[in-house]
Design a protein around this ligand. Structure first.
Ligand code: ZN
Length: 251
């Protein structure tokens, strides 16, 4: 009993080396994209080659958006257009109410709010492309076969850290977050914790993670690191693109 996490990207917004941090959770036939960087089909194809898995956007109908920073959501327009034009369906979008409030009127409407039908421009709205599902803070919510619980992180904009309970185990994901011992305590309910590390006041300094108890450090996989980060020399385990993590409870 387990589910899998594919690391599609492990980098930050400024990276030359890595795709922006994004995950694909897979259980049975269900796939949940956690965040949606630009060039999403290329990101999937690169992870497909590295992981040796059959990954295809046509099979992904659910995206969970942790927050509206571009490195986490700039692929949403292309993915939603693909769903509409190539597959004739809507994308299920799982996010906090705060994200739903801004993602259309402040991010997407300028490029997606009108389509030319060959004769005239036709206005479209959020729900013409998306099936919005709200993740209430702190309340366990069903997303496909998973139960997702969110906690707001310390970041520039409203951002959801996640506990994802699936078949056989629980995954914790910090999303973008300044270091916060209360957030670590929330994530420590999981069997494995994917935690960000990067520079600046709205991200988590590596030193803070290195100072955590050994028991917690053993659960960590680092993502969202800058290009200069010493992946090979780091005392904590760093995720690499194409890695597949199996989430399962120790028996
Ligand atoms: Zn961010």
């Amino acid at each position: 009993m387990s589910f899998d996490v594919v690391f599609l990207g492990v980098g930050d917004s400024f990276s030359e080396r890595y795709s922006p941090t994004s995950l694909l959770l897979r259980q049975g036939d269900f796939q949940l994209a956690v965040d949606c960087p630009d060039g999403y089909r290329r990101v999937l194809a690169e992870a497909r080659a590295k992981a040796g898995l059959q990954l295809d956007l046509a099979d992904i109908d659910d995206v969970l958006l942790t927050h509206v920073h571009g490195d986490h959501m700039n692929g949403l327009e292309g993915v939603a257009f693909f769903k509409r034009f190539a597959q004739g369906r809507k994308l299920r979008l799982h996010a906090s109410a705060e994200v739903h409030d801004v993602v259309w009127p402040q991010r997407l409407v300028g490029s997606m709010g009108v389509l030319f039908d060959g004769v005239r421009p036709v206005p479209l709205g959020y729900e013409d492309y998306f099936e919005p599902h709200t993740l209430p803070w702190g309340a366990p919510t069903r997303v496909g076969p998973f139960t997702v619980t969110t906690r707001r992180t310390r970041h520039h904009v409203p951002t959801s850290a996640l506990l994802v309970a699936g078949e056989g185990g629980v995954l914790g994901y910090s999303a973008d977050a300044a270091f916060d011992p209360d957030l670590v305590a929330f994530l420590d309910r999981a069997d494995v914790i994917i935690h960000e590390t990067n520079l600046g006041p709205a991200h988590t300094d590596l030193g803070a993670l290195l100072a955590l108890p050994e028991r917690v450090k053993a659960k960590l996989r680092l993502v969202h690191y800058p290009d200069a980060f010493d992946v090979d020399g780091c005392a904590l385990r760093c995720a690499r693109e194409g890695d597949v993590l199996t989430v399962t409870s120790p028996k």
